[in-house]
Write a protein that binds this ligand. Structure first.
Ligand SMILES: [Zn+2]
Ligand SMILES: [Zn+2]
Length: 255
């Protein structure tokens, strides 16, 4: 059984109820972390995800709310006794920022003390390109329309044949709807309710994307501070008639 667990559902400016948006996808044999917010280890422990199950981390882009937990994530995995390789996937720009952040903490010196191997894998900017496979999942990405180069992620569960898509940060954008075509669950950002902001989507626009992509369920994430969940739900429902969920931290979705 595969699951998505929302470890956070807030926008860059969030509130006391929502950590920044990131999530873990768990399968029978391993897990994939997508983005890396504030207190990743505490969140994973609360969600009862084994730290050792995480073999892959996808960083969708290098805005702080999506990658700032990376340094403490790596440090804490090491302190928890990790030995095996962690694979980190991101666009060239994202990996450059991730490495620079780790360099600021002089992580090169950690190697002298038995730090576990980390392998970086550059994601191409080509549309709908398969980036890696595990025994549970196959993963495909496409570029979004955001303020920095950003990827949306599509994950197929090999056991159920079901598909989830995470938009990451994006304006309403046809290639993201194409990536999400026919998906079982679309996790779409919703930084506002109705009004448009450069580089982001509203709940209303997330509903349009879900409708265009003909997905079965829409889950709103990357929500603004003190969002009125009823209003966000209603805004998304204007254009999307199937199920809409206003995501909450630690909510789980099977696929
Ligand atoms: Zn963001
Ligand atoms: Zn962003």
């Amino acid at each position: 059984m595969s699951q998505v667990i929302l470890l956070g559902t807030g926008a860059a400016l969030s509130d006391e109820h929502r950590e920044h948006t990131f999530m873990v996808v768990t399968g029978a044999k391993g897990s994939i972390l997508i983005d890396c917010g504030g207190a990743p280890i505490a969140r994973l422990i609360t969600a009862k995800v084994s730290l050792d199950s995480i073999d892959h981390l996808i960083l969708t882009h290098h805005h702080p709310d999506h990658i700032y937990g990376l340094s403490v994530f790596l440090l804490d995995l090491w302190l928890a006794g990790r030995k095996k390789t962690l694979h980190i996937h991101g666009l060239a720009e994202t990996l450059r920022a991730a490495r620079a952040m780790m360099h600021a903490f002089e992580w090169e010196r950690w190697l002298q003390f038995g730090f576990f191997p980390v392998e970086f894998h550059r994601i191409s900017k080509k549309s709908r390109l398969p980036i890696f496979e595990t025994s549970d999942f196959s993963v495909t990405t496409t570029m979004t329309k955001h303020l920095l180069p950003t990827v949306a992620t599509r994950i197929l569960s090999k056991s159920s044949g079901k598909v989830i898509v995470y938009s990451s940060d994006t304006e309403m954008y046809e290639p993201v709807a194409e990536l999400a075509q026919g998906a079982d669950i679309l996790f779409h950002e919703s930084t506002s309710l109705i009004e448009s902001h450069l580089g982001h989507s509203s709940a209303l626009q997330a509903g349009i994307q879900a409708q265009c992509a003909d997905v079965r369920k829409l889950v709103l994430v990357h929500l603004p501070p003190h969002v009125d969940a009823k209003k966000a739900h209603a805004a998304a429902k204007k254009n999307f008639k199937r199920q809409v969920v206003v995501g909450k931290d630690f909510q789980r979705f099977e696929f």
